[in-house]
Design a protein around this ligand. Structure first.
Ligand code: ADP
Ligand code: ZN
Ligand code: ZN
Length: 731
């Protein structure tokens, strides 16, 4: 406890400065949230320790207000360690925690609107549907205009018109503090089988013993991992602790929420990026007050002001969405483990395809591993086979009465689709490419349509009738002829929309739907599609991997991977691992019910080790081989990497600055600084990009080296540097 009058150091949610010294005018504890002034503007900060005397006494200002809320000492250590590890400034970490606007002010009064469900459905447009979805995502609670625009991703005019037409109606403004009175119970409706019981008992023991531990729950899809970690969730919760269940956004489905509710008797508090500001504020404060003790959320839920956190479950721990790549680079799984280590509580990682980082930690004895080998209820794993496209060339299909087009689906796959539909079963076709044609090229001179702001090709999207840059979102009209030589322009490659065209042409009677991250702007639309699939209203879904997680369709018996080669030949050392994980997840969708499933992978490289491993189902053999290769190459998890990306809109300033950086690069044993080289995407949104890569063996402490390097250089105002520790993405 610091007495009134003490000079304390306050950490501020600011990237540049750590914070300043302030004088307490009342007693306050270490870690307390306080309000202070910087250049006469109020900021919320955290008492970090005693003042360090860097400010002259007459310059020291008083602390305006001490809130009755605080962070624990373990939390402060967590901020410190996380900053050391990720190279983010401590204030940048604090900003992730104090990221909820108005969390510290009394509830604000603003005009809210409710969706008017009495209106006839006739006036529905795509935009208005997205507004409706935004409401559904927020339990149809009234929302402010800003929230509607942000969550539905529509412009102000859409909202204005809807208000004018009374599709949205104003409701009484409200400014009350919401309290949370959820009661959870173990509904006792699940009996674990022996394998599940053994795993659950081990975790239960760790929870009972208290202290830090990490267990990997390693089980094939459908083995009941969810039931096992629900058991752990209940134990920690009923012991009075708070519980966080982290998931990738696309696995956070209505199906999942329903399962949670049927197990615990009430829905979980859900945290993700599409909540209204009012809701975010409510949840933040509810957690701070200790009323909310159970949250299901995406990676940012880790930064909620947890009280007495006693268990974190990281579902799909291998998933790349745990890595945050703008606003600082951190890995949600790793930061959860760090938090657990400092505060002393258990973590459960669940996956059917654990990451090599995690497997390495299992091998070193740092993490426990609990294996579920069989699918629950004896459902069989699907049979996985390749289709060699060199032998089984796709036939042309008819676009309209005059035109034929090159097909993408081989005759074998088509026959299997036909058979599946005839048996009233369902099909999912996976293709990880949005739009219609990924390449638009001149037949005569080879010109390719590329984005003028980014050094990437533009994709033709038929639905909008335009070329679209997937990097920056710029659209352009499709040229009739080549802008360079006037030659004919052709479309090459096949995206989602083209596969849809082909399926509709070949199976005109099939009820098909298409799902991708661009057509599925909102969860609402995705949920409707899932519901249609569950009720048997659909025969074929064509989609990106958004459907590869969290869904359980008992009637789905055929999964076709249209282009299994897509991830095989990347330049990134993780590409085999990621492709394996994706294909394995995708395959896991098939045959989850009573009827066995079949998975067909179209490929030109049927003997590629990744594909052979998928087909033989020998995941561990694949992991061993891939990990051996990484060990030999001293790549993570056997070595460490830090990417340093330098960006500037002025190419020559960038080059010059990078040369300067190269000269300032420090030397250290066991570490190397490579570069600068042009980044794989050299121009993005008009910023030129160069990259250094710092590498070292596993024990090399690269962070201090990079910190030393950064302290030696002066960064011009028009240059930005992004540091990425253990990068997942090499673009
Ligand atoms: P995973 O998370 O490993 O993919 P799930 O937990 O989703 O597996 O389980 C697959 C299916 O089996 C689900 O429908 C689930 O409800 C059911 N299931 C798993 N274990 C049990 C159990 N012990 N009792 C009843 N149903 C179970
Ligand atoms: Zn041309
Ligand atoms: Zn672009």
């Amino acid at each position: 406890m610091f007495k009134s009058g003490t000079i304390v150091k306050v950490l501020l949610p600011n990237v540049v400065n750590f914070g300043y010294d302030y004088r307490l005018e009342s007693d306050a504890e270490l870690g307390a949230f306080v309000r202070v002034r910087v250049m006469n503007r109020p900021y919320i900060g955290v008492i970090w320790g005693v003042g360090d005397g860097t400010l002259a006494p007459e310059k020291i200002k008083p602390v305006d207000r001490v809130f009755p809320w605080k962070m624990s000492i373990a939390d402060l250590q967590w901020i410190q360690k996380m900053s050391e590890w990720t190279l983010m400034a401590p204030g940048a970490v604090l900003r992730l925690i104090i990221n909820v606007q108005d969390a510290f002010t009394e509830p604000k009064t603003e005009q809210l609107y409710a969706y008017n469900f009495d209106m006839p459905k006739t006036k529905m447009t795509e935009n208005r549907q997205m507004v409706l979805d935004a409401f559904e995502l927020n339990d149809n609670e009234p929302m402010s205009v800003t929230d509607i625009q942000n969550i539905a991703r529509v412009g102000p005019s859409v909202v204005k018109t809807m208000i004018a037409r009374e599709m949205l109606r104003p409701v009484a403004m409200r400014a009350v503090e919401k309290s949370f009175v959820y009661e959870y119970h173990d509904m006792g409706n699940i009996e674990l089988n022996d394998e599940q019981r053994a795993a659950a008992d081990k975790i239960a023991m760790d929870i009972a013993n208290g202290g830090f531990s990490v267990n990997l729950l390693d089980g094939i899809t459908g083995s009941g991992k969810t039931q096992v970690y629900f058991d752990a969730v209940w134990r920690a919760y009923s012991a009075g602790r708070s519980v966080l269940l982290m998931m990738p956004e696309i696995a956070l489905t209505t199906q999942f929420i329903k399962r949670f509710e049927s197990r615990f008797g009430a829905p979980p508090i859900v945290w993700h990026s599409n909540l209204t500001t009012a809701r975010r504020r409510e949840i933040w404060r509810g957690i701070m007050r200790g009323e909310i003790r159970m949250v299901v959320g995406t990676r940012s839920a880790l930064f909620l002001p947890w009280q007495n956190l006693g268990l974190v479950v990281v579902d799909e721990e291998h998933d790349s969405s745990y890595k945050q790549e703008d606003m600082g680079n951190y890995h949600g799984r790793d930061m959860a483990i760090l938090r657990a280590k400092l505060a002393g509580f258990p973590v459960v990682l669940a996956s059917a395809t654990p990451s090599e980082e995690t497997m390495h930690n299992v091998e070193r004895g740092r993490f426990g591993r609990l294996v579920l080998r069989s699918r629950y209820g004896g459902a069989e794993l699907p049979k996985i086979e390749t289709i060699d496209l060199r032998e089984h060339r796709p036939d042309e299909y008819r676009v309209d009465s005059d035109n034929m087009s090159t097909g993408t689906l081989s005759p074998i796959l088509c026959a299997e689709i036909e058979r599946t539909i005839a048996a009233h079963h369902q099909v999912i076709l996976f293709i990880n490419r949005r739009g219609f044609a990924p390449i638009v090229q001149c037949k005569k001179c080879g010109w390719v349509a590329t984005c003028p702001d980014c050094s990437v090709g533009m994709t033709y999207h038929k639905r909008i009738g335009k070329l679209l840059c997937h990097m920056c979102g710029r659209t352009m009209s499709l040229p009739n002829v080549c802008p360079d030589c006037g030659g004919d322009v052709s479309m090459r490659g096949a995206g989602l929309e083209k596969i849809e065209e082909e399926v509709k042409s070949r199976f005109p009677a099939a009820r098909t739907a298409i799902v991708s991250s661009d057509t599925m702007m909102s969860h609402g639309a995705l949920e409707r599609l899932v519901a249609r699939m569950e009720s048997g209203e659909l025969d074929v879904i064509i989609g990106t991997q958004i459907l590869a997680k969290g869904h359980h369709f008992p009637n789905l018996t055929l999964v076709g991977v249209v282009d299994a080669d897509m991830g095989l030949f990347g330049t990134d050392f993780r590409c085999a691992e990621h492709t394996f994980q994706q294909l394995f997840q995708v395959a896991g969708r098939a045959g989850r019910g009573k009827i066995p499933g079949r998975v067909l992978l179209q490929t030109y490289n049927p003997s590629h080790p990744v594909l052979s491993a998928i087909c033989s189902g020998d995941r561990d053999a694949f992991l061993r081989t891939d990990m051996d290769a990484r060990r030999a190459a001293k790549m993570p998890p056997f070595g460490s990497l830090i990417a340093v990306v330098i960006e500037c809109k002025n190419e020559s300033v960038l080059k010059q600055f990078c040369d300067e950086m190269a000269r300032a690069a420090p030397k250290a044993n066991g570490a190397r600084i490579m570069g600068p080289v042009m980044a794989q995407i050299y121009v993005a949104r008009n910023w030129y990009r160069m990259r250094f890569l710092v590498s070292g063996d596993a024990r090399a402490h690269l962070q201090p080296l990079v910190r030393l390097w950064m302290s030696r250089i002066h960064v011009p105002a028009n240059v930005r540097i992004k540091l990425d520790v253990n990068p997942m993405n090499f673009m």
